[in-house]
Design a protein around this ligand. Structure first.
Ligand SMILES: [Zn+2]
Length: 323
């Protein structure tokens, strides 16, 4: 067992309390390769932003959980070497099984998400409760989910979304004991975040549902998944350099920003990081067709992701200088 305190990490309790009171959101950035984690840390050091680093169960499996732990530990050495005051949490994104959460808690994660959203209400409460009982004695925080986001992300895939029922959240939170709650108000996983209605218009996030949830859980931190903006400039960069990305549609920045100013204390960003990395890599390879050096695209990807995360913190999260 390696505790998160040994790695220099914090749990999300204090981060969320300050974000709730301060009207901003803590960025939760997913990483799937080393340069992405470096870009996240560089951006957060530069802007003095707290951050939640996220690895999915899929990433832990692909990369090897020991690598995840050591890369995050190395990131904390980087933070210390730069004399940076930023606080960093490490969260398991979309743990589907109790065992996923257990393994992460044993490997220095300071937070775990148990995603029981596809289960019956009572089963979701039961599995979330089970994880809470394991996590809390180690001061590890637990994120639950109620409602379903459509789209695909790793092992998580749903064709239809189901909005969170605002009348059910209080009972869920009280019975499960979770520390934060992911809700579904119209965002999606993957690169198609909003589906056009019959008239071809993109409906906005359901802020009316968010408001009802806030009212029934005053002071409680809410989490928004599937909140990438899918910037058109990256889609164009991909398509201009040999890619083929159609129908990509993100959530407009101003809507995510509005959510950040509410009870939403954590906003997940996975796709925007991937798309920036892939756009920069495609461009670098396109412009250097003779290269065999992976650093050509890795360096370009890292630099582009750093710019992306800086933009997110400044224009969407409002978390710069909040550590
Ligand atoms: Zn998610």
């Amino acid at each position: 067992m390696v505790s998160f305190q040994e790695l220099g990490l914090v749990n999300t309790k204090e981060l969320f309390r300050k974000a709730y009171d301060g009207g901003y959101a803590v960025p939760a950035f997913n990483f799937v390769f080393t340069e992405q984690l470096q870009a996240i840390i560089d951006a957060c050091i530069e802007l003095q932003s707290p951050v939640i680093i996220q690895a999915s169960a899929h990433t832990c499996e692909n990369m090897g959980i020991e690598y995840v732990r050591h890369l995050v530990s190395a990131s904390m050495e980087r933070v210390a070497a730069k004399n940076s005051p930023i606080q960093v949490a490490l969260n398991l994104d979309h743990g589907l099984r109790f065992e996923d959460c257990k393994r992460c808690i044993e490997n220095g994660f300071s937070s775990v998400m148990i995603d029981g959203s596809a289960k019956e209400f009572s089963e979701n409460i039961a599995i979330s409760r089970q994880v809470v009982e394991l996590a809390h004695p180690h001061h590890v925080c637990v994120e639950g989910e109620l409602g379903i986001l459509s789209g695909k992300e790793g092992e998580v895939s749903h064709s239809e979304s189901k909005y969170t029922d605002p009348k059910a959240v209080k009972e869920f939170v009280e019975a499960s004991g979770v520390d934060s709650l992911a809700i579904s108000i119209g965002s999606c996983h993957g690169v198609v975040k909003i589906v056009a209605d019959e008239d071809g218009n993109f409906p906005p996030l359901r802020f009316d549902i968010l408001k009802e949830i806030e009212e029934s859980l005053p002071g409680f931190p809410i989490v928004l998944h599937g909140s990438s903006c899918i910037y058109p400039e990256y889609v164009e960069m991909i398509n201009r350099h040999g890619g083929h990305l159609t129908a990509a549609q993100g959530i407009p920045e101003e809507q995510v920003k509005r959510a950040a100013e509410s009870a939403v204390c954590k906003i997940n960003v996975a796709s925007d990081g991937w798309i920036a990395a892939t756009a920069a890599a495609r461009k670098a390879l396109w412009e250097n067709p003779e290269t065999i050096d992976p650093r050509t695209f890795l360096k370009a990807s890292r630099a582009e992701m750093t710019r992306l995360y800086i933009r997110k913190i400044q224009q969407v999260m409002g978390s710069a200088g909040k550590c």
